[in-house]
Design a protein around this ligand. Structure first.
Ligand code: SF4
Ligand code: SF4
Length: 481
């Protein structure tokens, strides 16, 4: 505890959310610090009073007040919270990090009903692979490298993934660079042999999509020739579970009006297989009309229903026993900021073309922002990049983001494409349903904390760190794979 807290006048943080659980606990979230906490029912009323009072009215010298100040829910008068939020957002302009979302091939072995990709290019040629290695090698002062394997289906070109993953992991080890890597895959080609190789090379995160129980999934996510895929993916997932590495496995479920009713049965099925393993998590993404050839016949959720169904499914997964690392992660500072809004994040096509957005790819000239040269330079049109990195509404005077309690987690940059298309952006479902989101998180993680911490008035839950894992969190929100 800051010893001076008792000598200062405190006020509630402007980025604070309060809500109550069914059993009378008060749940708190601060989007500037990412802290989540629960107050026991006996002290909930007193805490609510502190957190809703004007500074001058606050009683002093209570333990509860001290704990609320320590967790950042109360701050000293004069604290520049807007300035701190801005600093966190502007960290993206530093050069100590680099994120590359690599398309090792633009081909895919599946033909999912909602897919928007054109499959126009094949595997990455060796000269582009060489240029990518050069690109990473020539980064000076690099402290963090994040690689995401995307596609098409990246494992259609598994040799490219293995070749580059090996180089990146060794390079980072040699130079003391923090390395993280995510594979976004349909899971069909992630056989035990391929999984062994990638885990050995330090793959830290996998995202694999299943769209329901076998019959539902096979209707929506089938092979090019229409063949079934569910059972093979399950076999591959079961093998991953047997491995002992600290890999995070995100199971993703894309849904619309046609398969939502099957979701409870599907969640129960997956919970029986994977919920007892804390490395597995479950995320849900409403299907959208993303530019594919079947857009006109998709029966998608829109507006508030879109957000409400996602929040509901997250609750079902938590009740079934899955942990919700994703939810706690996106409630942190920058947790919802799309990688397209990061000037140090590029999508690298299999021919070396550079893009920003993984949905637009080459469908729109504004997204074709440069190319990787043979000697590994990122030749970039910064005016185009600025369309993506500067296009959020947060900095506009009198925009809806001005004064938003969720601003540090989102900055109006959740989807620069949406902002470019219609000069507005939809708030994240977790913000629109923040009370329900916090209650879902509290279902187990905060309760577990309560059992451990016993009589503590303020139980700290997930997310008290300001660290952001941009790719890991955001890709689970991407409309692909
Ligand atoms: S988009 Fe919505 S949640 Fe995000 S900062 Fe703006 S108002 Fe807040
Ligand atoms: S969130 Fe929006 S800008 Fe970001 S990748 Fe998706 S569509 Fe593109």
């Amino acid at each position: 505890m800051d010893r001076n807290a008792r000598d200062r006048q405190l006020r509630p943080s402007k980025f604070l959310t309060l809500t109550t659980t069914e059993d009378g606990r008060l749940l708190l979230h601060n989007s500037l610090t990412g802290a989540i906490a629960a107050i026991a029912p006996a002290q909930a009323e007193q805490a609510r009073h502190f957190l809703r009072s004007k500074a001058a009215d606050l009683p002093r010298e209570t333990n509860l007040e001290e704990q609320l100040a320590e967790a950042g829910f109360l701050v000293p008068i004069g604290t520049d919270e807007d300035g701190s939020a801005m600093d966190q957002y502007l960290a993206k302009y530093g050069t100590s990090h680099l994120q590359l979302i690599i398309l090792p091939t633009e081909q895919c072995n599946f033909r999912c009903v909602y897919c928007y990709e054109s499959f126009s290019r094949g595997a990455m040629p060796s000269e582009v692979q060489k240029a990518l290695k050069e690109c990473v090698a020539r980064q000076v002062n690099l402290e963090r490298l994040n690689i995401t394997w995307f596609g098409g289906e990246p494992l259609v070109a598994a040799d490219v993934v293995v070749n580059l993953q090996q180089y990146f992991s060794q390079h980072c080890k040699r130079h003391g660079i923090e390395f993280s890597s995510t594979l976004v895959s349909n899971g069909y080609l992630l056989t035990p042999a391929v999984a062994d190789k990638l885990l050995h090379l330090g793959l830290s995160h996998l995202q694999i999509t299943l769209d329901g129980t076998a019959a539902e999934h096979n209707k929506r996510r089938h092979l090019m020739d229409g063949g079934e895929t569910f059972e093979k993916i399950m076999v591959n997932l079961r093998y991953l579970k047997q491995r002992t590495e600290r890999v995070r496995v995100t199971l993703r479920h894309n849904y619309d009006r046609r398969n939502l009713s099957h979701a409870p049965e599907f969640i129960e099925l997956m919970a029986r297989e994977f919920a007892d393993d804390p490395r597995f998590e479950f995320v849900f993404e409403p299907i959208g009309k993303w530019g594919g050839q079947n857009d006109s016949v998709l029966d998608v959720y829109e507006g508030k229903e879109r957000a409400a169904t996602k929040i509901h499914l997250q609750r079902l997964a938590k009740e079934a026993g899955f942990r919700n690392a994703y939810q706690a992660q996106v409630l942190r500072p920058n947790g919802f900021v799309c990688y397209a809004a990061d000037p140090r994040s590029f999508v690298v096509g299999s021919d070396g073309t550079l893009y920003k957005c993984t949905v637009e790819l080459d469908k729109n000239e504004r997204n074709v922002v440069g190319r990787l040269t043979q000697d590994g330079k990122l030749m970039v049109d910064w005016q185009k990049v600025a369309l993506w990195t500067e296009s959020n509404g947060a900095w506009r005077q009198n925009s809806k983001c001005t004064g938003c309690f969720f601003l540090p987690a989102c900055f109006g940059a959740i989807c620069p494409k949406e902002w470019l298309d219609r000069a507005d952006v939809t708030c994240p479902p977790e913000k629109r349903f923040i009370g329900e989101t916090l209650r879902t998180i509290a279902l187990r993680s905060v309760n577990d904390g309560a059992q451990r911490s016993g009589s503590a008035a303020v139980e700290r839950g997930a997310g008290a760190s300001s660290q952001t894992e941009l790719a890991g969190g955001k890709l689970s929100g991407r409309p692909n794979s």
